[in-house]
Design a protein around this ligand. Structure first.
Ligand code: FAD
Length: 460
């Protein structure tokens, strides 16, 4: 989209760049702008930073609003963590790409399945996929292997649901049910029958095809807030940014090429030279100035849709024995188990339920009790939890259906000086921390570039 140079850079009229939202996208944008010497005001509705990746204090327990996992391919997110003084080698526990899955079977026993390629080289991945499809006859296993190669190596020219893509590539049921479908649900937070194969393929290619390092899973060793949001806020303060927590932006008014006027909770107003709108897609749609030129964007943002995630936290009277850092759960309400031992809370286990809107429960109590019961049958010796907490995020991620990338907005809006940032902007990625960080960097870079002609004019 053509974009004319933005007039009121902060150095020109004294107004700051306003960044709305202190999730990973907004924090990144604010950091990049501040490091470039721009005057920044960061405004966040909540009392703490982090957005959808924040620490939650619940009855004395320090939990996260959702169990988060990164992969080595999250280059931008990892480098932003480093830039605020967090060492990913200490803050994240690396696990080579491997999947350990457990299924409950009647009579109290449980079966395990392990996909453990020696490396992510084609030969080793192929051997692991071949082994994973052992239930099928030889011709189907070979066909499945050729299909898996195509899935990883031939970029898709048209988008389709993941389930159809797996079928078109002759994936045997063992491989589908134990590997691709659970992975799709976890990565895309959208069921395989509805998820975009193109975005899923893009994630697989960026991680599995990029080598052992990028394919590595990185499990937090610290509460989410400490991974980025809290140190980022600290650095922003040091850089002189103004931080307004617990301050909701009620509206943004465009002042006809002379910047913006923000209305804050309580009626206070704030003038801004440029605005980076880093609220999630639905809030961003509500906040866009009431200019007709923004109407199509407003509609597109709402149409991106949302999916929920529930995280069930279970506390055991006696700390469970040391378990692998990630266990896939097949055929039950919970989908992935991540012990909280790594974050220093050995009595707690967390269990993730992606696309939770598909798996309704009458209430939180029934949800954690059911997950606890099924887990006790899956991991003999674990017993039943003493206590449970459920955190459901109704708008956890985008609804990552086919055609998602075509619907995603550019960081530059049709209104000069107004930029979008957020996981919903980053093409080729589902809603992730990496997507949020990439979008924040891009929005800040655009705001800086567009401000330069004015600086040159002002200097001349
Ligand atoms: C339960 C759960 C599990 C997840 N698991 C993973 C995972 O394993 N790996 C991964 O990479 N990603 C995961 N994600 C996704 C990841 O958390 C998001 O993609 C990322 O945090 C989005 O960051 P963001 O900055 O784009 O948006 P947000 O974090 O939503 O930030 C937007 C901010 O804007 C603020 N805001 C909104 N409206 C206003 C207003 N009017 N005024 C001021 N402020 C406003 C909000 O309060 C919020 O802080 C998960 C998400 C959830 C919820």
């Amino acid at each position: 989209m053509a974009h004319r140079a933005q007039r009121p850079a902060d150095e020109v009229n004294g107004n700051p760049v306003a960044v709305i939202g202190a999730g990973w996208a907004g924090l990144t944008a604010a950091l990049v702008l501040s490091r470039a010497g721009r005057k920044v005001v960061l405004i966040e509705a909540a009392a703490m930073p982090g957005g959808r990746a924040r620490t939650v204090h619940s009855d004395g327990a320090r939990l996260d609003n959702g169990q988060h996992i990164l992969v080595g391919a999250c280059r931008h997110a990892l480098s932003q963590m480093r830039a605020v003084g967090v060492n990913p080698l200490l803050a994240l526990h690396p696990v080579p790409f491997r999947l350990l899955m457990r299924r409950r079977v009647s009579g109290g026993a449980a079966e395990s399945f392990l996909l453990a390629p020696r490396s992510t080289r084609t030969r080793d991945l192929g051997a692991a996929f071949y082994e994973a499809s052992r239930d099928a006859g030889l011709p189907r296993r070979l066909l499945g292997l050729a299909g898996a190669w195509r899935m990883l190596h031939r970029p898709l020219t048209r988008d389709l649901p993941v389930a159809d893509w797996l079928r078109a590539n002759a994936q045997p049921s063992g491989l589908r049910e134990r590997v691709w479908e659970p992975l799709c649900l976890a990565v895309m937070n959208t069921p395989p029958a509805e998820a975009s194969a193109r975005v899923f393929q893009s994630v697989l290619r960026q991680s599995l095809l990029a080598g052992d390092g990028p394919a590595r899973l990185l499990i937090p060793r610290r509460p989410l807030g400490e991974l980025f949001a809290e140190p980022a806020l600290q650095q922003l303060r040091t850089l002189g940014a103004s931080i307004r927590l617990a301050t909701r932006v009620r509206g943004i008014e465009a002042r006809g090429g002379d910047g913006f006027l923000l209305t804050l909770r309580g009626g206070e107003t704030l003038a801004a030279g440029q605005v980076v709108l880093a609220a999630a897609q639905r809030s961003a749609a509500r906040l866009l100035p009431a200019e007709p030129v923004l109407d199509p964007l407003r509609r597109d943002l709402v149409e991106l849709g949302e999916r929920s995630i529930c995280t069930v936290y279970l506390r055991y009277a006696k700390a469970p024995p040391e378990l692998p850092p990630l266990i896939g759960l097949l055929g039950q309400h919970g989908q992935w188990l991540v012990p909280r031992r790594l974050v220093g809370d050995p009595h707690w286990l967390s269990v993730v339920i992606s696309a939770a809107d598909q798996y309704p429960m009458p209430d939180a109590d029934s949800r954690w009790r059911r997950v606890g019961r099924e887990l006790a049958q899956t991991l003999p010796g674990l017993g039943e939890p003493q206590q449970g907490r459920v955190i459901c995020e109704r708008m956890a991620t985008l609804d990552a259906r086919p055609g998602l990338d075509d619907r995603r907005p550019d960081t530059r809006t049709p209104l000069p000086g107004l930029y979008l940032a957020g996981d919903f902007c980053a093409r080729g990625l589902p809603s992730t921390l990496e997507a949020a960080v990439q979008s924040g960097q891009k929005a800040a870079a655009a705001a800086i570039t567009d401000g330069i002609p004015d600086l040159v004019r002002a200097a001349g």
